[in-house]
Design a protein around this ligand. Structure first.
Ligand code: ADP
Ligand code: MG
Length: 257
């Protein structure tokens, strides 16, 4: 069976900077893969290569077995790739429900029943997603007035509305408090396992990474320097060197906190 994501010998440079240097990794269905590394390690560049915003200099990217070289972001999205953004990307004047309905509308494009009011289109599907991420009580509020944590949940619902097989999450819990952060990651883990979605995420919070990732890849200066389970990566000498004085690697996983 095709893997959700296969990256082989991927490279990208900007002028003299080798932002991503011969990176290879893969991601299975239902798996959470964390990509970590200090600032400037090449994480965002990797994400942007995968989502089609950047073109690789060399190497291949396969999403569900399909080579995405040369594809535009919207075509990559149409393959079943969802993404959440580091900076919240909802339309602030629209309601929570409308934001999610919009995605269904653009996914299906055709409006089958011209007598249907737009406001009712995909309403049930959108409400179901809001229930899943725990913001159904906020359905009628404009996104602009939501608490930050709720907004992040709406973002997750928006990403899920595309029925993704691959979900790209760039610092999904940035700006959240510790408790909320772990709660959101728990919710995400549950949903992606239930729906067999593969998730690639970057995250600065090492509690989130070591508590929720099935596997971790570590980048430094564009190179993949370590890969493995949280236990394997925690014990890796190179990783300890890189993170020494930058992050404290937690002594044990904190899943379920
Ligand atoms: P990370 O997300 O891990 O912090 P980035 O992928 O943003 O790392 O950056 C990797 C390297 O590539 C850095 O040295 C950064 O300055 C450089 N870089 C990233 N994007 C660009 C760009 N558009 N133009 C020039 N240099 C870039
Ligand atoms: Mg970045």
């Amino acid at each position: 069976m095709a893997k959700v994501l296969e990256v082989n010998h991927l490279s990208k440079s900007f002028g003299g900077v080798q932002a991503v240097n011969d990176v290879s990794f893969h991601l299975e269905k239902g798996q959470l893969l964390a990509m970590i590394g200090p600032n400037g390690a090449g994480k965002s560049t990797c994400f942007n290569l995968i989502n089609g915003q950047l073109r690789p200099d060399s190497g291949t990217i396969r999403i569900l077995g399909k080579d995405t070289r040369g594809m535009k972001p919207r075509h990559v999205w149409a393959l079943g790739v969802g993404r959440t953004f580091q900076i919240t990307a909802t339309f602030t004047s629209m309601t929570v429900l409308e934001n999610v309905q919009m995605v269904f509308l653009s996914t299906h494009r055709r409006i089958r029943n011209v007598w249907h009011k737009t406001a009712d289109l995909y309403r049930d599907e959108a409400m179901e997603l809001l229930r899943l991420v725990g913001v159904e009580s906020q359905w009628n509020r404009p996104c602009g007035i939501l608490a930050y944590g709720d907004l992040k949940r709406v973002e997750l619902a928006i990403a899920l509305a595309n029925r993704p097989k691959l979900l790209l999450m760039d610092e999904p819990t940035a700006g959240m408090g510790t408790k909320e952060r772990l709660k959101l990651m728990e919710l995400t883990s549950r949903i992606v396992r239930d729906q067999s979605i593969g998730v690639l995420f970057t995250e600065h919070d090492m509690d989130v990474v070591f508590g929720h990732a099935d596997r971790i890849i570590v980048l430094s200066y564009g190179r993949l320097i370590a890969e493995g389970t949280p236990e394997e990566v925690r014990g890796n000498k190179k990783v300890k060197e890189i993170y020494f004085g930058t992050y404290a690697v937690p002594p044990c996983a904190t899943s379920g906190v």
